[in-house]
Design a protein around this ligand. Structure first.
Ligand code: ADP
Length: 612
């Protein structure tokens, strides 16, 4: 829906905001409640980009809400600043700057440690507001007397005061906030945010600087929080110190969970439920402080029974009414799995590897010397030398635990060698990271699929192609994906090569195993690497699928250098020109497939005489 009618959501939002003052009073909403919902909703738009889209759960958003709010309120009350909107924007910039600095620290860790750092930092802000900065922030009294916006256009003078009058100003701010957020989530950066949420390891391995993008999401969320914090002061004519409290961050998270994360509108809906229940339970039912008990129960029920919040439930209901139920989807998938044609060698010409200026370099594409990797006392790789020439197809075999995967991880810079050197196309890449290696044209497909599971086949491939076309970091936050030159063609080409062109809009989680394996190869191939490493591409496949995948590998190998690890020696020997045998982390022998088959040491150690 997002793609087919790009302005539909914006239009519906505008219509909804215009109609709200005429409808909501009949449902028992007071104007101040609606205004508070809008402020929470705008606060939540940024948080949803961080949490729902990028997968980063921050418990510290109150720090930015409070910072933006107090900077704007200070300017308007103590510093005599006359322009409300300019003060709000300055508060927003201040929050974004603080967000950048906090993000630099917090994003050094992931998961629970990231979350804990955000809690700690928010607590520091709370303390600072109450103590060292109390002269500026008013300490526990906050800053009273924040004015409402006033616009004098000469011919007309508009003053937004309180209640429904202020609503129009807040609704306009919310609308602008949503339009900007929709642009962001539809941009290449938004696509990479989702890739990070789904699989940060792979997003990094296909060539994106995920730290830079996470920091971007963090700053965006802080900017939204800062602007919303400023609006809180304007709405209440008073900047309350509790904006900085941990409870503020907690309420934001709960509202987002109730409404539905990853939807942009979830926090608004969640805030509506929360604030309506608060008013209703406290005032109408006279529950007083006990209202939170009821709210807690409602929250638990909603989160348990609506996995994707209220918006998810609305989508499911819509799907049910239009006959697109889970069951129907499952049937469709089953039917399409049956209907998936057997793999045939792709008609599309193989995608050429990247053309890079090699500055006159004419040596081997890869030259590893003395590569050693120790894990504590365990030596996974020891003193491995390997030379691979341009256009060569090399196989690597060896029993489990021989060190093959560790060797690949060092070559792609996923793990740093303990000692040794890796030269790729004349560049020393030994101390580079996996993102840089991919950007240079060296990447791998994984032994265990590393896909973006909740995204579609096309989105998966797009993520990889974006890294080649845009480089490892680019802030094209407002670009339209359809305007990126060459993107669609390269995605389509890759889909055809891996024979997935018939299922571009299928979510990865609904693919058959063989298709997932092909997509895994497609992700590596999509960035048109000049050296492609394949870690057990045939693992877990049926004999028929193996034959088909060998055909696929043959078709993509033209003009490209590939190194393939696999246990299926018959398939591997049919495919490669030379084979390197590893044993206990060392190179045992290297030669052509025939030499390896006839090698007594190899037969004795690995083949157990089957090829005698
Ligand atoms: P292969 O791919 O040939 O099966 P691996 O490279 O996966 O072999 O493993 C080689 C050895 O290194 C094994 O003994 C394995 O247990 C050890 N190893 C691999 N990764 C790690 C790690 N991250 N930490 C500790 N030991 C590891």
């Amino acid at each position: 829906m997002l793609k087919q009618r790009p302005l539909l959501i914006e239009t519906l939002t505008a219509v909804g905001l215009i109609l709200a003052p005429f409808i909501l009073p009949h449902l028992g909403f007071a104007p101040n409640t609606v205004n508070r919902i809008l402020v929470w909703g705008l606060f939540g738009v940024g948080f949803d980009i961080l949490f729902g889209f990028t997968g980063l759960l921050s418990f510290g958003q109150s720090a930015f809400y409070g910072t933006g709010g107090f900077v704007a309120a200070y300017l308007l009350t103590r510093a005599g600043f006359p322009h409300v909107v300019t003060a709000l924007l300055i508060g927003m910039v201040a929050a974004a700057v603080v967000g950048y600095l906090v993000g630099l620290i917090a994003l050094r860790r992931t998961g629970i440690y990231f979350a804990m750092i955000t809690v700690a930092i928010a607590e520091v802000f709370f303390f600072v507001e109450f103590n060292p900065l109390a002269d500026w922030t008013g300490g526990e009294n906050g800053l009273p007397g924040v004015p409402t916006p006033h616009f004098d256009f000469g011919f007309i003078n508009i003053h937004f005061t309180t209640g429904w009058s202020l609503y129009w100003f807040l609704a306009f701010c919310y609308f602008v906030g949503i339009v900007i957020a929709l642009r962001i989530v539809r941009s290449p950066v938004g696509t990479i945010f989702r890739a990070i949420r789904e699989n940060p390891l792979r997003a990094q391995a296909v060539g994106h600087n995920i730290h830079g993008y996470k920091l971007t999401a963090f700053v965006i969320a802080a900017a939204y929080a800062g602007f919303a914090g400023g609006l809180l002061g304007v709405m209440q004519a008073f900047m309350p110190p509790d904006a900085f409290m941990f409870e503020t961050s907690g309420q934001l998270i709960m509202q987002t969970a109730i409404g539905g994360a990853g939807t942009l509108f979830g926090p608004l809906l969640g805030a509506a439920v929360w604030l309506f229940l608060q008013d209703f339970l406290q005032a109408a039912l006279g529950l007083g402080a006990a209202w939170k008990l009821v709210l807690g129960i409602v929250f638990v029920l909603l989160v348990c029974f609506l996995r994707h919040g209220l918006i998810g439930a609305i989508k499911d209901a819509y799907g049910f009414l239009s006959g697109d139920t889970e069951r129907a989807k499952a049937d469709k998938v089953a039917a399409s799995n049956v209907a998936t044609p057997a793999f045939t060698a792709p008609k599309a010409a193989p995608m050429p590897p990247r053309q890079r200026a090699l500055d006159g370099y004419s040596g081997p594409i890869l030259h590893a010397t003395g590569l050693t990797k120790r894990y504590g006392g365990l030596v996974a790789n020891s003193d491995i030398d390997l030379i691979v020439n341009h256009g060569e197809l090399r196989g690597i075999i060896g029993p489990n635990g021989a060190g093959k995967s560790t060797f690949f991880k060092m070559l792609t810079c996923e793990v740093a060698p303990t000692s040794g050197k890796i030269i790729f196309e004349g560049h020393d890449i030994t101390h580079k990271d996996v993102t840089d290696a991919c950007q240079l044209g060296l990447t791998k497909s994984y032994q265990v699929n590393q896909l973006f599971n909740r995204l579609t086949v096309r989105e998966n491939i797009t993520i990889s192609v974006l890294a080649e076309l845009r480089g490892k970091f680019k802030l094209d936050l407002f670009s339209n994906m359809s305007k990126i030159p060459g993107l669609d063609a390269q995605v389509q080409h890759t889909l055809e090569l891996v024979n997935l062109a018939g299922r571009p809009d299928t979510p990865v989680s609904e693919l058959a195993y063989g298709e997932k394996r092909r997509l895994e190869i497609g992700l590596a191939l999509a960035s048109s690497p000049s050296l492609l490493l394949l870690d057990e591409p045939l693992a877990g496949m049926s004999p028929q699928e193996r034959v088909e995948t060998v055909k696929l590998l043959k078709s993509i190998s033209q003009g490209r250098t590939m190194i393939i690890i696999d246990h299926d020696m018959d398939s591997l020997f049919e495919l490669v020109e030379r084979v390197t045998v590893l044993q206990e982390g060392r190179v045992l022998v290297e030669g052509t497939p025939d030499e390896i088959k006839g090698n007594a040491k190899v037969q004795e150690a690995y083949l157990g005489g089957v090829h005698e």
